[in-house]
Design a protein around this ligand. Structure first.
Ligand code: HPA
Length: 278
């Protein structure tokens, strides 16, 4: 496999490695409106991404651009507060820097979170959804270049999210914590604009439960780098055409704020159960 990121971002990686206080067990990428979770964890070290050469600044409201190292009861964590989106105009390899830095830090598992629009008629804003499957068809070419041509089909075939131990750990944790956790298929849309109602009807026909503009490339790349990913969506709104209201980014961040406690409890209990298992 020919990975292009290490060479291209040598300066970012060198500075990151110089400052990293320890190698980590697990990484987390925090999606729109979910970044505040990092503040509840008392990081050992915080690196503003602006201090890493070549690291793209976030242009989206609610994405802070900080990387945190956390020691949670001995479980070493790396958190990305703020993500780099493809729809911001960045290249896919720029978007994959957090996943690459996670791999370089030794993370074996990565929890990728995002805000998403609900398509499944049983979903409401404020629900959390664990991703059982996703589409990467709009990114296959770009991913195959980064991963080395020919590899991507093979790697996609390996994406059976429900068979990854972290998947059942999250599901079991939600159950024992009394947190309702939906399961479903995340449909990747390139953005930057929200979908049309016709596009949402199309996605629903093809099995989508939720739609968002991130995460799938991070998950495919994570697998290629030997990490086990799990994806959690915060359903922040009804997808286009499902509710008569127009969609606004503020609605996305406001709903994400409302689920903060539930999200925090779920993740901390996942950490506790990860410690118990180790
Ligand atoms: N569509 C795409 N991405 C999103 C949405 C949506 O409705 N909500 C949050 N992210």
């Amino acid at each position: 496999m020919k990975l292009t990121l290490t060479k291209k971002y040598a300066a970012t990686i060198a500075e990151f490695k110089k400052r990293a206080p320890f190698s980590v067990d697990m990484a987390l990428i925090l999606g729109s409106g979910l970044g505040e979770f990092a503040d509840s964890l008392e990081p050992v070290l915080t690196i503003p991404v602006s201090e890493l050469p070549q690291y793209p600044p976030s242009t989206v409201a609610g994405h802070q651009g900080k990387i945190h190292f956390v020691d949670y009861k001995g479980l070493k964590l790396l958190l990305f507060q703020g993500r780099i989106h493809y729809y911001e105009g960045y290249t896919l390899d720029q978007c994959l820097l957090p996943a690459e830095l996670s791999a370089l830090s030794g993370a074996r598992e990565i929890i990728i979170t995002n805000a998403a629009g609900g398509i499944n008629s049983l979903f409401s804003p404020g629900d959390l959804m664990l991703t059982s499957g996703f589409n990467s068809m709009f990114l296959k070419k770009e991913l195959s270049i980064i991963l080395g041509a020919g590899n991507i089909d093979q790697r996609n075939a390996l994406v059976q999210l429900t068979e990854i131990p972290l998947y059942s750990r999250i599901k079991d944790t939600a159950q024992t914590s009394g947190i309702a956790l939906k399961e479903g298929v995340y449909f990747f849309s390139k953005g930057p604009s929200y979908e049309t109602p016709a596009e949402i009807r199309f996605m629903r026909e093809f099995g989508a439960d939720a739609v968002g503009m991130s995460s799938v490339h991070e998950a495919v790349y994570a697998i290629a780098r030997g990490m086990k990913p799990a994806l959690i969506s915060c359903i922040t709104n009804f997808a286009a055409g499902i509710s008569p209201n127009k969609l606004y980014h503020e609605e996305v961040t406001e709903t994400a704020n409302l689920v903060r406690t539930k999200f925090e409890t779920l993740l901390k209990n996942v950490f506790n159960n990860t410690i118990a298992k180790n």
